[in-house]
Design a binder for this molecule. Sequence first.
Ligand code: OGA
Ligand code: MN
Length: 283
Amino acid sequence: MELIPLKENVGVEVRGADLAALSDDDFAALRRAWVDSGVMVIRDQALDGAALQALAARFGELESPPASERSARDGAGADEAPFVWYISNVVENGKPIGSLGAGEAEWHTDMSYLDAPPTASLLYAQEIPPSGGNTSFGSMAAALDALPAHLRAVIEGRTAKHNSSYTSAGELRKGAEAVNDPSQAPGVSHPIVRTHPESGRQSIFLGRRRNGYIDGLPLAESERALDEIWEFCGRDEFYYEHVWRTGDLIVWDNRSMIHRREAFDASSRRVMLRAQVKGDRPR
Ligand code: OGA
Ligand code: MN
């Protein structure tokens, strides 16, 4: 097994690992590399839903998809592997087979509106469009290390509210109400500077820009600080941008990383299998 860094601050490519037959020692090495680099890329895999679910389960107890993003498709998704769902723009019999469509998904953490957001997120490429739909992964540990002191002073010791009203594709979730004032919106608060329970490294944890709110600040002050912090977090040096090929598997650490997806041509097909692992309350 070979571990090749993808960029200075973020990411590792794993080569020569047989995922179906990893020894406990190899899995432990893989897990360490994943925590240290934040995101792990493994190319040329041939996984079905059951194989993805089995691999995900080695990272910890499985977490269900958001209720509003349940797969409309049976088979590898819902039946054989109940914890695996689809991210896809494909429409069959008038229904999307998966979530997120073909539009942009802005920088986000998965399900950070839970008390205990997922630890690991896994995404496997079954069908990839000829261009577009790249996914980027940003290290919020690297961003915190480099954060200007005046911004660090704003977030140190504070919590932020994580609102659940919209999907990462920007759609209002079923049953949710539109948010006008983020300080009054429903949500779960987490420390903004969190400490990784495995590596001990600190990182910025804000979930997503939309409807973000730094608890205790006047809204206008919170908005100004969040705009500045998010702009800083999106700098090139903190993220790795992945150009997908069919058969790519990516596992990111949802505790220390943010991710985003660019849009792609809605008339082409993109089909991804998805699984995730339960986490702990951020501290
Ligand atoms: C996700 C996600 C982006 C993509 O699965 O959580 O944000 O590239 N996916 O499909
Ligand atoms: Mn996501």
